[in-house]
Ligand binder design. Structure first.
Ligand code: 13P
Length: 256
């Protein structure tokens, strides 16, 4: 059975003091929760501070992006090694906000995935369709292109170390989550694609998170679906109690 993984993407929220306070609350609330992997992804300047607080706790730390090069003249960018030394174990890659506002392409995401895996970071690889694409009946085509683009050239062993996140763009920050059935349908499709690329062993082991307006109210019903193995949470991860409630729903996950 796949173990659920619940990650909080704090996006561009929380100053250092606020981030440390939130990390402390999460550590206290989640210390005794088992059977679920949990991760927080704070902004870069707070990564070291948050990692320090969460050291020895069951909560992992991730970044929200990185560059594929290891160093050099790339003003404003950070490398995998910098993230590792700031205490990260995970990195979100290809988030739709990066694709939309910062021009990230499938090829760029692929290079980042390769660099993350090489460094030992676990990539959380995001895919998801826009509303116009869903309405045009192109959801599967769009997510297939993104997934193939990001993981097409990886070995089975590499792919097994990554996590996929399905985040329909129209569900992000809108309060309009996909219904559990609607989300599961796409997760099942993505798993079928993984099977085509790398066979049953990989397809049945790789975890696929759902993201897009996940709340403590809808988390359990989403996580009960057969192919949904966790959540990537934005807004609701900014409050300790609501994120903790979603993590607890993950610890009761029985799918997969
Ligand atoms: P919301 O949970 O705020 O919709 O954001 C989802 C998301 O983008 C997580 O990466």
């Amino acid at each position: 059975m796949r173990k659920a993984i619940v990650a909080g993407n704090w996006k561009m929220n929380k100053t250092l003091d606020e981030a440390i306070a939130l990390a402390r609350s999460l550590r206290d609330l989640l210390d005794a929760v088992h059977h679920v992997d949990m991760v927080v992804c704070p902004p870069y300047p707070t990564l070291s501070g948050v990692s320090e607080i969460l050291k020895g706790s069951p909560i992992g730390v991730g970044a929200q992006n990185m560059h594929w090069e290891s160093q050099g003249a790339y003003t404003g960018e950070v490398s995998a090694k910098m993230l590792l030394t700031a205490g990260c174990q995970y990195v979100i890659l290809g988030h739709s906000e990066r694709r939309l506002h910062f021009g990230e392409t499938d090829d760029g995401v692929r290079k980042k995935v390769v660099a993350a895996l090489k460094s030992g970071l676990v990539p959380i690889i995001c895919v998801g369709e826009r509303l116009d694409e869903r309405e045009a009946g192109r959801t599967e085509q769009v997510v297939a292109k993104q997934l193939r683009g990001a993981v097409g050239g990886l070995s089975a062993e590499e792919l097994l170390r990554g996590i996929i996140a399905y985040e329909p763009v129209w569900a992000i920050g809108t309060g309009r989550a996909a219904t559990p059935e609607m989300a599961n349908e796409v997760h099942t499709f993505l798993r079928r694609l993984l099977r085509e690329l790398h066979g049953e062993g990989v397809a049945s082991a790789v975890r696929i998170q759902y993201g897009g307006s996940v709340t403590e109210e809808n988390a359990a019903s989403l996580l009960r679906q057969s192919d949904i193995d966790g959540a990537l949470v934005g807004g609701a991860s900014l409050k300790a109690e609501s994120f903790a409630a979603i993590v607890r729903a993950g610890s009761e996950h029985t799918g997969g």
